[in-house]
Write a protein that binds this ligand. Structure first.
Ligand code: UT7
Length: 317
């Protein structure tokens, strides 16, 4: 597998920490110190499927392909306005593609899970060009009265086009059922027969536990892959890490002992945009001309589940 195109889109409404101070008992100082986030883009008048389609079109253009060249679409998404049909079905129609599609939900690690599925399909020769779109609106899962969660998230979409190649060097996925540290339950329609107790509330997160799991699992995944590929930490051009919190990113970097310049971040501008974070940051690096053919990149992400995913790829463009 190799990545041949990237794209990303963020909603137009940028919400600064100062704007949050107006209706939450919080301060720019607290948010900046604990998370590194200064602003986040949240959906206002846009629809997530339109952001996703725009990001996908940018990735296709970057890859020099059209929607007709795509053999399969994988969409990583946690929530959107539709429960069914899958978001990937809506995106397929808007793009004018005709291939089969599927949605996956591996929370914030969704991009790596999608890369793994794509790699399998390519190896089985079931597809030649695959579009991965990660589209997320976590701003609709949190209570905007809860300062512990709403300040952390933003919305957005990131996409990548992958095709046959030998540039995926190693990949690792993990799931450990740890469902009470981070979850969001949606209310379903009532029926005349439901007699169980159901409690619905906005996103619940035990932040400190998530923080700890995030740092230990990401370091473990990255070390495992470096060992597997006989690479040293300094052989990696960029560590493209999940953008949840600047302190998590810095802790992982310190544990690995790598230079600050090797760990790019944009969490300060976008907050945590779940699975869209990785492809959006990759797209930024790509468009800023920071990636050269042959560069080795580490991707690593973690999310509700608890899911983790990491891989080492070689940049092919
Ligand atoms: O994709 C995975 C998604 N999740 C994450 O990555 C989150 C991982 N966790 C974290 O990033 C951190 O745990 C947080 C940023 C969520 C919180 O930072 P913390 O240093 O772990 O703070 P805390 O939760 O222990 O809270 C410390 C204090 C509390 O007050 P008391 O009980 O000490 O009086 C909170 O009520 O900070 C308070 N607090 C706030 N104060 C001002 C919580 N949120 C805010 C806020 N503004 N926005």
């Amino acid at each position: 597998m190799k990545i041949i195109g990237t794209g990303s889109v963020h909603p137009k409404c940028s919400v600064s920490n100062e704007m949050l101070e107006k209706f939450l008992e919080t301060t720019d100082e607290w948010i900046t110190e604990r998370t590194g986030i200064k602003e986040r883009c949240v959906i206002s008048s846009e629809k997530l499927e339109d952001l996703a389609t725009e990001a996908a079109n940018k990735a296709l253009e970057n890859a020099g392909l059209t929607a007709k060249d795509i053999d399969f679409i994988i969409c990583s998404n946690v929530v959107n306005e539709y429960v069914t049909p899958a978001l990937s079905c809506i995106i397929q129609g808007k793009l004018g593609a005709t291939c089969p599609t599927v949605d996956i939900n591996a929370a914030c690690a969704g991009f790596i899970f999608a890369l793994d599925m794509a790699e399998d399909k390519l190896q089985c020769k079931k597809a030649k060009n695959i579009l991965i779109v990660c589209a997320e609106e976590p701003s609709r899962m949190v209570s905007w009265k809860n300062r512990s969660t709403c300040v952390l998230f933003g919305d957005g979409a990131g996409a990548a086009v992958v095709t046959e190649g030998d540039e995926m060097k190693a990949i690792r996925l993990t799931t450990s059922s740890l469902t009470d540290v981070l979850y969001y339950q949606r209310a379903l329609e009532p029926t005349p027969y439901i007699d169980k107790e159901e409690n619905y509330e906005p996103l619940v997160m035990r932040g400190r536990e998530v923080f700890k799991h995030a740092v230990t699992s990401s370091c473990r995944d990255i070390r495992t892959l470096l060992n597997q590929t006989n690479l040293k930490p300094e052989d990696i051009k960029y560590y493209v890490l999940h953008q949840a919190n600047r302190r998590i990113i810095d802790s992982i970097r310190n544990f690995l002992g790598v230079d600050e310049a090797c760990v790019p971040h944009n969490v300060e501008r976008y907050g945590n945009i779940s699975s869209a974070a990785l492809p959006a940051l990759l797209d930024e690096l790509n468009r800023e001309g920071k990636l050269q053919k042959g560069d080795k990149l580490v991707f690593s992400a973690f999310g509700a589940g608890f899911t983790t995913g990491a891989c080492i790829i070689e940049w092919a463009k």
